[in-house]
Design a binder for this molecule. Sequence first.
Ligand SMILES: [Fe+2]
Length: 271
Amino acid sequence: MNGAKTRMYSRRDAVATLAAGAAGIAALGAGARLVGAGGSDGGAARRALGQDGTPTTAAPTGPYTLPPLPYDVAALEPHIDTLTMRIHHDRHHQTYVDNLNKAVADLPDLAALDPVTLIQRLDRVPEEKRAAVRNNGGGHANHALFWEIIGPGGGGEPTGAVGDAIAAAFGGFAALREAVEAAGLARFGSGWAWLIVGADGKLAVTSTPNQDNPLMAGVADVPGTPVLGVDVWEHAYYLKYQNKRKDYLAAWWNTVNWDAVNERFAAAQGG
Ligand SMILES: [Fe+2]
């Protein structure tokens, strides 16, 4: 799959790449950090080729691409172990990206959207593809957020405007922690716990099953814009914490990047 010789471009692919790139730039301009679509490697245009150089039916490799982890896989030790980070990012997130690309392979208008916009427009996805886009588009968007709002040197008390808003909405960080951990523990099976900015502009804690996202209109019980989210799928913690989701959640706060959460909070309020 590497090298120019293995890349074939069609006019439609080129248009999709340009459109996806433009969408990503627009999202950045709006303060959104979840872009991921229309990657800089021209991913939309790549297609698998067989040994004789003819296209195969293998999974398309774009337009959506796996964002690189913005720190080393070992950077969150001891709170999140290296192997979990590697498998979680390199395999699980990659699989969501691959399956999303398969789902939108024949839907160029939707494939031109950045992933956060895409998951807000599930009603436009043909019914036979909707579950795949919901699950894998959600998986892509959720994980892209997750890698960004955690990082090395994280943890501690919330800072800045979001720290003030947390104090106002919950009475303090301890109460926020309690609410998020309760939401994560109460989520039966797989899902996410979130801190969101609701339609009323106020912070709230909620959770979603599977790879749903609070931005999915008509899907999320409590809609809103996530500013922080914690993955409570077993793949996020099982190697180190086994069945002790509570211990994982308690340790996870030590990785939160409050600067990144503040950026999302500012963007959510502005948008
Ligand atoms: Fe995950």
